[in-house]
Design a protein around this ligand. Structure first.
Ligand code: NAD
Length: 440
């Protein structure tokens, strides 16, 4: 049975079949339009950002500068990435017989992108990969950031034709309906629980999925680590979006000597942080349900609060940055926190830390602070995760040359740079005989 979205999707499919998405100059023009949609509306984006998430112009501008350079990377390389590649021959193909073998880059068709609320500019810009690869897009921003979602809905027709790029707003009901329709690829960013629903719906049409999910991202700190540096980076990482970023460090495992130092350093730093509720990089918790979830996790914790930047305030949705020393089986050590709570647990050795990390699902990111390369090497070799940073957090996601994505429960597939382009492209093997050739 078709839904109210069928016309939009059919119009996009018809447009795709005309070949209108594929010329390189058209792809570049549309990526430039995506950039203009962000650039020309940055003040309005900041206002919506403030309304939805308590973050403003500085954060919107920071997100803009990161995402525009990623879009430029697509613009500068997509011609090269789109070209057929001529491959060496193996029997029964041979040059003497006039044979050729190619890898041809084929666009997929109509892509559905279901986005989260926590990085609105990043979510809009995540359409760059499908566009660069010559597809049409149905974009479903999150209902959890309603001001941003309405802004995208209002602006999109000024920058794109609807038969190329359509914004659908709404929540579970609308997404459920959308998922009844047939797409050529579904790109979903959000929680692991909802990802299972998305994948189930996609299975009915055998639609391939890319799932960018979260996870409980561990931090291991050994006695050799530069504690002052570690605390600076960890507080920076956890303050960004009040911990509501998928690659935020989630919990800390620390060896005994380092633990004493780190606890002292956290106490000192947090008392000097000032009013985090006025810090626009910190912002607020997205909604009451998320706030209550954090509060009940803290209340059911058997841990001891080591340092806190204030008291939770439900009316402003401000949750303080809170460091809690916890036993290993604590409520704060179970699911992804996605908030400004930092559980810390003492371990006797790296082996014990690895056992704890391995007892959980594979996270999106893993972090370690140490001054020993051999410890860092062992950490990289003996953890399974989407990516790793040593002696910092999140920074492995900064290069377009590195794929971004999870493994196991933290995700399926990848984006960023050429990896993102390839995700929305089918690589078609083409053999040609009797002297026929592709024009390269
Ligand atoms: P969410 O899964 O609740 O929502 C994301 C999207 O799914 C929204 O557009 C929403 O409308 C839709 N949705 C929600 N319930 C649905 C249902 N029952 N049926 C169909 N669609 C439904 O996730 P969230 O709360 O927005 O984000 C938090 C999670 O996302 C965290 O786990 C975080 O780590 C992860 N995340 C991952 C990345 C990444 O790039 N890997 C980025 C941001 C967030």
């Amino acid at each position: 049975m078709s839904t109210k979205y069928v016309k939009i999707i059919e119009a996009q499919r018809v447009f795709f079949k005309t070949g209108g998405t594929r010329p390189i100059e058209k792809r570049i023009e549309r990526l430039e339009n995506l950039k203009r949609m962000i650039n020309e509306n940055i003040e309005r984006i900041a206002i919506a950002y403030e309304k939805d998430l308590g973050r403003g112009l500085k954060v919107a501008e920071m997100e803009r500068s990161i995402t525009l350079s990623r879009i430029d990377h697509q613009i500068n390389n997509l011609e090269e990435w789109s070209k057929p590649i001529e491959l060496p021959l193996s029997p029964p193909l041979s040059t003497e017989n006039g044979d050729s073998l190619y890898l041809v880059k084929e666009s997929l068709g109509v892509v559905l992108n279901i986005a989260p609320w926590n990085g609105p500019v990043t979510s809009l810009a995540s359409n760059m990969y499908a566009i660069a690869a010559g597809n049409t897009v149905v974009f479903k921003p999150s209902e959890m950031a309603p001001a941003i979602a309405s802004l995208w809905e209002e602006l999109a027709p000024k920058y794109f034709e609807q038969n190329f790029f359509a914004v659908i707003t709404g929540g579970v009901e609308e997404t459920t309906d959308l998922l009844k329709e047939r797409f050529d690829h579904i790109f979903y960013t959000g929680s692991t629980a909802v990802a299972k629903i998305i994948m189930g719906a996609a299975a009915k049409n055998l639609t391939p999925v890319t799932l960018e999910l979260g996870g409980k991202n561990p931090v291991f700190i050994d006695d050799s680590a530069d504690i002052s540096h570690a605390v600076t980076q960890l507080l920076g990482g956890k303050q960004m979006g009040a911990g509501q970023i998928c690659v935020c460090p989630d919990y800390i495992l620390v060896t005994p000597k380092a633990k004493k130092e780190i606890v002292d350093e956290f106490k000192k730093r947090i008392s000097n942080l000032g009013e985090l509720n006025k810090n626009e990089f910190f912002g607020k918790i997205v909604h009451e349900r998320a706030f209550d979830r954090l509060d009940s996790l803290i209340k059911s914790s058997k841990g001891v609060i080591v340092a806190s930047s204030g008291t939770p305030d439900r009316s402003s949705l401000h949750y303080p940055l809170t460091i809690v020393e916890v036993p290993v089986d604590d409520s704060l050590m179970q699911e992804e926190l996605f908030g400004p709570i930092f559980p810390l647990h003492e371990v006797s050795s790296m082996e014990e830390a690895l056992d704890i990390i391995h007892s959980k699902e594979k996270p999106l990111a893993a972090y370690a602070f140490t001054s020993h390369s051999n410890i860092a090497h062992r950490f990289v070799e003996n953890t399974w995760s989407g990516g790793v940073t040593i002696n910092d957090v999140m920074i492995h996601t900064s290069s377009p040359l590195v794929p971004f994505g999870g493994v196991g429960h933290s995700g399926i597939g990848r984006i960023m740079g050429k990896y993102g382009f390839d995700t929305f492209t089918h690589e078609k093997g083409v053999a040609m005989r009797k002297g026929t050739k592709l024009s390269l």
